[in-house]
Design a binder for this molecule. Structure first.
Ligand SMILES: [Zn+2]
Length: 218
């Protein structure tokens, strides 16, 4: 396990898939602290491995072999090490600069772009931030290989299920200003995480995000 032979794969894992794998490994580790039966533990790991392999329809034999190391994981240190190596194969989000972000929101003159210094492009499925003063939320998503900016009003509500990450979090009602037809704008509401960074850590499937974008595009 320690010195497995990692072929230098091209990045092939998305942030949501990385999170999915992380959660599966977390489940395995916690099972080891509560379950003693070897067969049950093995069945659990095979089930996790199966789910992980199913995320990627076109794996090479080397990649399958690499994921098979999951079967050997029993302790947290091993899971950590596996995830550390895995991180190299995560596809980063499109590079974001102050300039590219401003271009995505041309109508907003006083756009306050957050600091991008701490931003890890491998840890986001979308980029989002709040402008508390304006009561607005800004989202940048990748749509058909291109960056797309979505902005709207944001009103923090009670805790609830986020429609992007599907987890119980601090959420708010996001009403997107979307072009509909020629000049008119319609608002479409969705409850999403207040903390977009947290949301990105939670996302284990990109389906809901894609659905969200599709709805706004229509
Ligand atoms: Zn969320």
């Amino acid at each position: 396990m320690e010195n497995y032979n990692v072929t230098k794969f091209e990045p092939f894992i998305r942030n949501d898939q990385y999170n999915f794998i992380k959660y599966e490994l977390k489940n395995i580790i916690s099972a080891y602290s509560s379950i003693k039966d070897k067969e049950t533990l093995n069945a659990l790991k095979l089930n996790s491995l199966d789910k992980i392999l199913n995320l990627f329809p076109e794996l090479s034999n080397e990649q399958i072999e690499y994921f098979n190391y999951i079967i050997e994981i029993e302790e947290e240190a091993q899971a950590k090490h596996f995830l550390e190596v895995l991180k190299q194969f995560v596809i980063p989000f499109t590079n974001l600069t102050d300039k590219t972000i401003r271009k995505l929101f041309p109508k907003i003159k006083k756009l306050r772009v957050p600091s991008l210094e701490e931003l890890n492009l491998k840890q986001i499925s979308y980029f989002g931030w709040n402008d508390i003063g304006l009561g607005r939320k800004f989202l940048i998503v990748e749509y058909k290989g291109k960056l797309m900016g979505i902005e709207g009003t944001f009103k923090v509500t009670n805790k609830g299920i986020c429609s992007l990450c599907n987890r119980y979090e601090e959420i708010g009602l996001f009403m997107a200003n979307v072009k509909s037809g020629k000049e008119s704008y319609t608002n479409r509401g969705n409850y999403i995480c207040k903390d977009s960074q947290k949301c990105n850590e939670n996302i284990t499937s990109i389906d809901k995000l894609n659905y969200f974008i599709e709805i706004l595009k229509n």
